[in-house]
Write a protein that binds this ligand. Structure first.
Ligand SMILES: [Zn+2]
Ligand SMILES: [Zn+2]
Length: 270
């Protein structure tokens, strides 16, 4: 099977965004769902590589607004330039543009000088490419959040409230994706999603931690489980899945939202 290709992930920017998004979730989660209602409904009925988490992250990620905030709050143009340069470097989009030389400029405030002109060209480059930059940082933040099953559980519990409130609307918009009992319909799992869940959960059951990797054994079947079940208004969003063994999947039942926040660290401290 083909494994994912290497990418330049903007992990520093992504971790910053992920932290912001997680710490604000319990206050603004629902607002974000309402803001991106159409987009979210489109991606949760069947697994999509752009998940509800991506749309939630989009609520916080706006490189143009960040530049405005820095310009408004900190009157230091070299600080702003360094922020822009670091961000572009992280997303691997450094343009071939002349860099401002603040140190060798006679205008201390850089209001009417050549470095101000150069800085403005860099700002313009960011504005012109803001969609791609935002998407790359969101993609990177997702890599971090996807590992946090405890947060995914809380996220999808809140999303389930939203789905319950909008189920009639979803039924009208996506009639083939809603059951007669007004729940999101079960869908097939695409291979890229099974692989992602298998690697994220390190080939172990998310509840009992038994080994399910393909490496040594072949007899145990793996189960891809909805963290928040469809029966309680969970969805097929790509971030609502976990790896379970057959025993745990059978005993979890159709309404339980069991998961565990146990993870395998890189090493143990004792
Ligand atoms: Zn200057
Ligand atoms: Zn298990």
């Amino acid at each position: 099977m083909a494994s994912p290709k290497d990418e330049h992930l903007a992990l520093s920017s992504g971790i910053g965004l992920a932290g912001l998004a997680i710490s604000n979730f319990y206050e603004v989660g629902r607002d974000a769902f309402e803001t991106f209602r159409e987009d979210i409904i489109e991606v949760i009925v069947k697994p999509n590589k752009t998940s509800a988490i991506h749309w939630y992250l989009a609520y916080f990620q706006d490189i143009s607004r960040e530049i405005e905030n820095i310009s408004g709050n900190i009157d230091e143009k070299d600080f702003l330039f360094n922020f822009i340069y670091r961000t572009l470097d992280e997303v691997n989009m450094i343009p071939n543009l002349p860099k401002p030389d603040f140190d060798n400029c006679t205008d201390n405030c850089h209001e009417n000088c050549i470095c101000k002109e150069k800085l403005d060209i860099w700002i313009e480059f960011v504005e012109d490419n803001s969609d791609s930059i935002n998407d790359l940082i969101i993609h990177s933040a997702f890599q971090v959040i996807f590992q946090n099953r405890k947060f995914l559980h809380d996220f999808h519990l809140e999303l389930a409230n939203f789905i319950e409130d909008y189920i009639d609307y979803i039924k009208t918009a996506q009639p083939d994706s809603v059951t007669e009992k007004n729940r999101i319909k079960r869908q097939r799992f695409p291979k890229w999603l099974i692989n992602a869940v298998l690697y994220r959960d390190k080939g172990t059951c998310s509840i009992c931690r038994c080994d399910l990797s393909y490496l040594l054994r072949t007899q145990n079947t793996i189960h891809i489980d909805h963290i928040i079940p469809l029966g309680v208004y969970g969805s097929n969003d790509a971030s609502n899945f976990q790896l379970l063994c057959e025993t745990c999947n059978t005993s979890k039942g159709a309404r339980s939202t069991a998961t565990s926040s146990i993870n395998v660290p890189f090493w143990n401290m004792n």
